[in-house]
Unconditional design. Structure first.
Length: 394
């Protein structure tokens, strides 16, 4: 039983060669990359290998895949993501305080997958991370990812589009109602000892008024169902949604220009891309009623903030209720914060305890599919498969 053939028979993992065994031992116990060892800012979660032969058509790595979760403004617990990767196998590392493109490249050099909140995932990042197979965005929007570059480079982009649909729709409705009923003003008055007994500046009746929706995707549709229950007339503009969906919701299709002209309330629910950046700008505000309200819970740059400030200052628009801003966090000297007719929240529309808790698991499940050679449930760039350039699992 001499030579390597004897060792092959003794190796407990079916199909591994002696050379693969040595390489795996070197990787796991000696040459673990610095980014995976953990530090004050990087936390490594090792997912057990669960050694088994690959199933038919499944691509299994010789060594654990490297998954990096880039933390956002608040630290998130990714242990459920680790659990979802338990059978891949994979080693997961969380990255805090990522300084920029070069810092990300240096700390995630061996990445097979990235989980991203708001860090820009550029062509440069994806080119430098030669083993990168997928980028998973923790929410609906993916404007921080260079999707065309990802497609060209064979990187699968994934989002989680259904996770907080209800939360954002509810928040948009809450902003509308808070502004309409002057809740913040009344609250301040009561706390100051003022008992006026009415609503300062008056309030619309809502029923019979017109609510316009820019973007009738999942969130826009959920918002439409909510405002329709208030006995409003609901109109919407979305060139990418078919007439059957409009009809099913009982929503009238209109152009963007007519949306501006007819609406008493405009709620923005579009993705941010080159087509929608500053979609709501000077021309749109010029068509709006001076009594109308603008609500934005999508992305800040969809609205031209300078044009909005001018419209409010010149009384061409009655008010705004905003959860998102062109620059976040918003500067304390932003003129919008000094206006009594603006309701402001800190990009919190997505939040509910249950939705946030589900993020790590959902991201882990999608990454596991990619690393096992399967197609994720929510692919942003499906054309990456038709190009034949998808980066293969190791």
């Amino acid at each position: 039983m001499g030579g390597t053939s004897g060792w092959k028979r003794l190796c407990p993992v079916v199909g591994w060669s002696f050379r693969r065994l040595l390489r795996s031992m070197w990787t796991l116990f000696i040459a673990v990359p610095p980014a995976a060892r953990g530090s004050a800012e990087d936390s490594t979660l090792h997912v057990p290998a669960g050694a088994r032969p690959p199933r038919n058509g499944e691509i299994m790595p010789d060594t654990p895949a490297q998954v990096y979760a880039i933390q956002g403004r608040t630290e998130r617990d990714y242990s459920d993501c680790q659990a979802a990767l338990a059978h891949v196998p994979a080693r997961m590392t969380t990255l805090s305080h990522v300084g920029g493109e070069d810092d990300l490249i240096a700390r995630a050099r061996d990445a097979d997958a990235l989980v991203d909140v708001f860090s820009p995932i550029t062509r440069g990042v994806m080119s430098a991370l030669e083993g990168l197979k997928t980028v998973v965005r923790t929410g609906v929007g993916y404007d921080v990812i260079d999707v065309p570059a990802a497609t060209e480079l064979g990187v699968i982009v994934v989002n989680i589009p259904d996770l907080w649909v209800r939360e954002v729709a509810n928040h948009a409705l809450a902003l509308l109602l808070a502004w309409n009923r002057k809740i913040l003003t009344l609250d301040r008055q009561v706390r100051a000892g003022v008992w006026a007994g009415g609503v300062p500046g008056g309030a619309g009746s809502l029923h019979g008024e017109t609510v316009g929706i820019a973007g009738l995707g999942n969130i826009g549709s959920a918002f439409a169902r909510r405002v329709a229950a208030l006995e409003t007339t609901v109109i919407a503009c979305d060139p990418y949604v078919d007439d059957r969906h409009f009809a099913a919701l009982g929503v009238e299709r209109v152009s963007l220009e007519r949306l501006a002209e007819r609406s008493d309330y405009v709620s923005v629910h579009t993705l941010l891309n080159t087509e929608t950046r500053h979609l709501i700008g000077e021309k749109f505000f010029a068509r709006m009623k001076p009594t109308a309200l603008l609500i934005n819970t999508s992305r800040g740059p969809v609205v031209d903030e300078r044009a909005l400030i001018r419209a409010l200052q010149e009384r061409r628009l009655a008010g705004a209720a905003l959860d998102v801003w062109e620059d976040e966090p918003i500067a304390r000297d932003n003129p919008l914060l000094a206006m009594d007719n603006v309701v402001a929240t800190p990009h919190a529309a997505y939040f509910s305890t249950a939705a946030v808790a589900a993020i790590p698991r959902r991201c882990g499940e999608e990454i596991a599919r990619v690393l096992k050679g399967q197609r994720p449930l929510n692919v942003v760039n499906p054309e990456v498969y038709s190009t034949g350039a998808v980066r293969r699992a190791r």
